[in-house]
Design a binder for this molecule. Structure first.
Ligand code: A3P
Length: 312
């Protein structure tokens, strides 16, 4: 009962004391990581929220914004190997769900883990990348925030997206149409299938680039993260200006799972069984249509970000 009461008191204190928008620090450029951290630290404003060991909740200084099924959980888990990273456990859906956003930054803060002042707080909500309202809202909170975006081959992402929803239905013992039923309408590729739209990366990226310069968005190659995670994670460490503390020995390939798993202080763990599931077999001609459909959008995306990816 006592911890419950204390939690309620702390939450009320936060809601009253956290400004609806934290101070924006002008000139907050990549060379000034300390400013970024201080801008997003509300410790001073909410002494009641601080734990006795000096830790406190902080607004995230970096967010994994997506893409859904890009490998966002793997990225978060791998980044959490770093001692200076504190990650929110669940997807917070603050910027994309009105019922959360309307509760203000005090609520958002209350969802964050307790962390030491030198630690970076990170949350991941994959739906942010494809939600039109989100870039402006994130910018309103902190224009100097560093964003992580993990992408994979757009066609593969569609299959992964389908597989996830398929298993959600299986769990609830509900029937679910085959992937062909979603992908084909009147003998043609059904471009209204939502999963296709989520893979039109250039459209969503344009929304983000209206509010953030490209240098604030680090794109993780999700296909490479599957094949060889360590180099991708090293790049993330550099982007976040973290000291290089994650090692190749933190990763080992698990033949049974068919994916890399994590080794942390002698503890081995793989991602949940819902990550890395087999995708449905799709007729090669239909798959080809899918690859063709993404050809032009991919080119546009590569131009937008000044970089190419090894996608079909
Ligand atoms: P599949 O399950 O379709 O293979 P997200 O966490 O954004 O939902 O992404 C899930 C995807 O992460 C998985 O999609 C899988 O391919 C990918 N992934 C990347 N690294 C992984 C790892 N080490 N273990 C399991 N899945 C991983």
């Amino acid at each position: 009962m006592a911890p419950l009461l204390l939690g309620a008191v702390m939450l009320v204190a936060q809601l009253q004391l956290v400004p609806s928008r934290p101070a924006v620090v002008p000139g907050n450029e990549p060379g000034q990581p300390e400013l970024v951290r201080k801008a997003a630290t509300l410790q001073e404003e909410i002494p009641d929220g601080a734990a006795p060991n000096g830790s406190a909740q902080q607004l995230p200084q970096t967010i994994i914004i997506g893409v859904r099924k890009g490998g966002t959980r793997a990225l978060l888990e791998m980044l959490s190997l770093h001692p200076d990273v504190a990650a929110a456990e669940n997807e917070v859906h603050f910027f994309d769900w009105e019922e959360h956003y309307s509760q203000g930054l005090g609520w958002y803060l209350s969802q964050m883990p307790f962390s030491a002042p030198h630690q970076l707080t990170v949350e991941k909500t994959p739906a942010y990348f494809t939600s039109p309202k989100v870039p402006e809202r994130v910018h309103g909170m902190n224009p100097a925030i560093r964003l992580l975006l993990i992408l994979r081959d757009p066609s593969e992402r569609v299959l992964s997206d389908y597989t996830q929803v398929f298993y959600n239905h299986v769990q609830k013992r509900k029937p679910y149409p085959s992937i062909e039923e979603f992908l084909v309408r009147d003998g043609r590729l059904n471009v209204d299938y939502k999963a296709l739209n989520r893979s039109l990366y250039h459209l969503h990226m344009e929304n983000w680039l209206r509010f953030f310069p490209l240098r604030r968005i680090h794109i993780v190659d999700g296909d490479r993260l599957i094949r060889d995670p360590f180099p991708e994670i090293q790049k993330v460490e550099r982007f976040l200006r973290l000291s290089p503390q994650i090692n190749a020995s933190n990763f080992y390939f698990n033949k049974t799972k068919g994916f890399y798993c994590l080794r942390d202080g002698g503890r081995d763990r793989c991602l949940h069984e819902s990550k890395g599931r087999a995708h449905p077999q799709v007729d090669p001609r239909l798959l080809n249509k899918l690859h063709e459909y993404f050809h032009e959008p991919n080119k546009k995306f590569f131009e937008l970000v000044g970089r190419t990816f090894d996608w079909h």
